[in-house]
Ligand binder design. Sequence first.
Ligand code: MG
Length: 411
Amino acid sequence: MGKNRAIAWAVVVAAGEGVRFRRGPFAGGPRKPFAPLAGRPILLRTLEAVAACPDIERVVVVVAADDVPAAESLLAFDRERLRIASVVPGGARRQDSVAAGLARVPEDVEIVAVHDGARPLVNPELFTKSIEDAARCGAAVVAVPVVETLKRIDTPKGTGERADALLVETVDRSRLWAAQTPQTFRASDLRRLLAEAQREGVHVTDDASLFERAGLTVEPVPGERRNLKITAPEDLEMAEALIRAASRGDVRVGTGNDIHRLVPAAETGRKLVICGVEIESDLGAEGHSDADAACHAVIDALLGACALGDIGRLFPDTDPAFKDADSIKLLEDATAKVRDAGFEPQSVDVTVLLEKPKLAPRVDEMRRNLARATGLAQAAVSVKAKTSEGLGPVGEGKAVEAHAVAVVSAP
Ligand code: MG
């Protein structure tokens, strides 16, 4: 942060009802902030875009009261990375939610950028620009010129029913802009104006209107049409297409490794499973699932290539569902996550370290299992087996270890 920069926080509001969103294909599905957009929840993508702006020091997330636990668990692993200060319940109206978020912003913060949780495609530079403008003028609103021809349509009795619509006139759009977010303000002014609106019972649809009402300057910041707000399910399709288009041809590499302790099979009933192949041995691998270290390394490599976290996050070993789980099945699930995120596995290479027995005779079976689970051709899957020459825990026959590399690309 430059030395002349004002201290700026963001308040991300995602507390709306999402009424338009929940019609059609999303009826009964996840609530809007948690609906997947190219494999990642909309809210998470938005917070990643906010965190990509180095000028935002911390972020307060406002969600519907019912969604607080879900948001907390969504962000559990990412609070530091996304610089989350707190997750708070919002109110009935947008301004109530903004006020709830603002209440968590410390008094010494000079600038607050309010951003819609449903605008995941925001360019982080818009935050920088609006923070500069708000520091200078007091308030800045990102907006884009209206491109559609606008018609004012009046309906008898104001019912909004299309059959009764009377087209009255074309509106001159030359001076009309559509407001987006971020909307960025001097924090002290926003606090005061929100409190005033509250006292006077004034309802506004966006925060900049509070400044306009008070006769204060609001600086327009030219926005981008791709900074769309996901309101209806079709917006999700558009956002997804934009994300996919931006990542087309993107090639990523991930690495993974894993180690499991070996224990006497007879006493423990543990088996030695490697890439889904049960190996005949008087030692078994200890673990919550089937303890298939090679599969686990491949899963981490695939997830890592897509920056989707790791196996412990996807399949927690505190979850009884994964007790004795078939790791080939977990690999199938991880592959589905990779595809949801817009990537296709291209190749996998895994090295298994085991002192004995020799794995070479079973390597082709292992490759077949990995290929089947990942949807790869067997030629794109490599399994190599080595010993540790008597050295370390593997060499002493106390462990089985695996290292993997995976390549994925966006089609
Ligand atoms: Mg493991």
